[in-house]
Design a protein around this ligand. Structure first.
Ligand code: FAD
Ligand code: SF4
Length: 579
């Protein structure tokens, strides 16, 4: 069997599929072609001529009922394969609620497709013949159905893309990967935007997105609504000393139905050692259908959007959701479309139900950050996951799995993650992430933890957020000294003083956020100064850090030595020393 260098060359798919496939996926720009060719060469067309029945694989994060893949299928001759495989909950330990969410949403989606007339081969977690990996299940389906072609949508992970691309050779069948039209920006468009730029700045990408969509744009020539691209200066409020009054309205929780309860039973039986908690079936409240996800947007728009902007960065004990949308799991499973979320928010602005500062902030997260992060993931290639720009090698402390720590902020944030598989952005960035950054944890280790422990974890979004935004590890090999990050222009390192300002965690803590040495010194504060001392040479050329390093220079040399000693002792106590 010879291998085709150009995946389009032997493509025998139907004209509609070929057009989509060629244009969107395989007609690659030079930059993306170079990137994709890093994967082993594939033979995408084999002896099959795609005239017979086809097998379409739908993965758990591809539950888009308007996907081009579905439009390309013939319900009477083609079969859809959906697989609940243990490997996906075990390659990184996956929170029980994340696992239940994926499987229950898949079962609901499969039932909906069946009602539309599609033939489904659905492999359940507890099916005795389940071999528990995608490739072995595809092998069984290929042996049983002898399809002339395998189809799927562009996956959410390099690991899966590799696996899909191996099928043409393994099964001697044509494999067609179709575009994921859930996103506003294709992988290819992002690569074109990035081509030739020295740095990738989200803000510039975001402005292009605003122009392209026309969201919150007015006049001719179009200018941003309110004459500003963003209103972040007014969006960094804390809850002061007294806390949120009245408390923010709780997001809608979706009671588990019979299907979800069955999934919970299967997960408890087949995967009893997953991390996280699900104390009673009713503790599960995530949207598992599109209808529920639509109700969840409505609830956010009516009850929390108006305060989303101002309190985006605020944290408070026992207030896990604050005014956040809590829509990322439904978005990442593709139960929701990003456009409909933005348009719902703009509608609220037009009806004067939410101020511009909140609506713009929300839209920026969706069409700006979310799309930018995905673009970076595919642009940078599979090697991105191995980057370690700050050369950190520490182990993840055990308390990330148990929550047992005397740091009140960590105890509260981790307990919340175990209970509900959710933490809002600032908790992820400035508590659990900040700790890993400044204490010296290995970036991939903490990234794997994030991938499994949150209901919305999918590699394309977890990895650049963790490696790039939190760990400042994603410097391109060979880039100039001082320019250490791609996603972030500087590390989001912060001491306990920041946490004290933005939350009430420190009030109930045995440590003092103002102290940087001694037995009562806050570990965040010790590690923050130690981080700056350790990384001064590496980061000094970054202008955005000048003030921080000026403050380091003002510390007496003996005090600096003491900080380093205390930080080393803490690292030892927490088990962070090199792996
Ligand atoms: C270390 C770390 C890991 C993260 N891992 C994930 C992850 O696995 N999955 C995930 O969806 N998000 C991840 N994020 C981004 C962000 O924290 C979550 O999207 C957000 O907290 C989800 O909650 P929400 O729906 O209430 O979001 P809101 O704060 O209400 O924001 C609205 C929406 O904007 C999008 N969004 C906001 N910020 C980002 C961002 N930085 N990147 C991508 N989308 C964004 C999400 O879709 C979100 O639903 C991570 C952030 C950090 C710092
Ligand atoms: S004092 Fe330090 S460890 Fe304690 S809650 Fe505040 S920031 Fe966290």
């Amino acid at each position: 069997m010879e291998e085709a260098a150009d995946p389009c060359e032997d493509c025998t798919a139907g004209p509609a599929i070929r057009r989509l496939t060629r244009v969107r996926i395989w007609n690659l720009s030079p930059i993306l072609r170079k990137l994709v060719s890093k994967t082993p060469k594939q033979r995408l067309a084999a002896t099959s001529t795609a005239t017979g029945p086809r097998l379409a694989v739908i993965f758990g994060d591809q539950l888009n009922d308007r996907a081009p893949l579905l439009a390309a299928l013939n319900p009477t001759t083609d079969t859809i394969l959906m697989m609940e495989v243990a490997e996906e909950s075990q390659h990184v330990p996956s929170h029980i609620q994340r696992t239940v969410l994926f499987l229950s949403a898949m079962r609901h989606f499969a039932a909906q497709l069946e009602a539309r007339g599609f033939q489904i081969r659905y492999i359940r977690l507890d099916d005795p013949s389940n071999t528990h990996s995608f490739t072995t299940e595809v092998a069984r389906a290929v042996a049983d159905l002898r399809p002339s072609e395998l189809l799927c949508t562009w996956p959410g992970e390099w690991r899966i893309l590799y696996e899909v691309r191996s099928w043409s050779k393994k099964f001697d069948v044509l494999v067609t990967v179709m575009p994921d039209e859930h996103f506003l920006t294709s992988v290819e468009e992002f690569a074109q935007w990035a081509d030739g730029r020295r740095g990738l700045t989200m803000e510039f990408f975001y402005r292009e997105q605003r122009k392209k969509t026309g969201y919150l744009m007015v006049g001719k020539p179009a200018r941003p609504e309110g004459d500003e691209w963003n209103f972040d200066a007014g969006n960094r409020k804390s809850f002061g000393r007294t806390g949120p009054k009245p408390p923010p309205p709780q997001p809608l929780r979706m009671p588990p139905d019979a299907v979800t309860r069955e999934v919970i039973r299967a997960v408890r039986n087949r995967l009893p050692n997953l991390p996280g908690r699900l104390d009673g079936d009713d503790a599960f409240g995530w949207s598992v259908t599109r209808e529920q996800a639509l109700a969840a947007i409505d609830d956010f728009i009516k009850n929390r959007l108006a305060n989303f902007g101002p309190y985006e960065d605020a944290m408070w004990t026992d207030t896990p959701f604050v005014y956040h949308a809590v829509l990322s799991p439904a978005l990442n499973l593709k139960l929701l479309n990003p456009r409909e979320c933005c348009e719902a928010a703009i509608g609220a602005y037009q009806r004067k139900q939410a101020p511009l500062q909140s609506v713009e902030a929300f839209i920026r997260q969706i069409i700006g950050w979310r799309e930018f992060i995905r673009g970076v993931y595919w642009l940078e290639g599979p090697d991105y996951a191995q980057r370690n720009g700050l050369d950190q090698h520490g182990k993840l402390p055990e308390f990330y799995w148990t929550g047992e720590t005397d740091m009140a902020c960590m105890r509260s944030s981790l307990g919340q993650i175990f209970d509900i598989a959710y933490g809002h952005h600032i908790q992820r960035l400035m508590i659990t992430g900040n700790f890993a950054l400044i204490s010296g944890v290995h970036p991939k280790t903490i990234s794997d933890w994030y991938l499994g422990m949150y209901a919305d974890g999918v590699d394309w979004v977890t990895l650049p957020n963790t490696l790039g935004m939190v760990m400042h590890a994603d410097r391109r090999p060979g880039s100039t000294k001082g320019v250490t990050g791609l996603v972030g222009t500087k590390p989001y390192a912060a001491s306990g003083k920041y946490i004290e300002r933005m939350s009430n965690y420190c009030k109930g803590c045995r440590y003092d956020p103002a102290q940087r040495t001694g037995p009562d010194a806050c570990p965040f504060t010790v590690f923050y100064w130690d981080f700056l001392i350790r990384n001064k040479d590496r980061l000094a050329a970054n202008n955005r850090m000048a003030m921080m390093f000026k403050n380091v220079d003002a510390i007496a040399p003996e005090a600096r030595v003491q900080i380093s000693i205390d930080a080393a002792l803490l690292r030892k106590r927490f088990g962070i020393e090199s792996q």
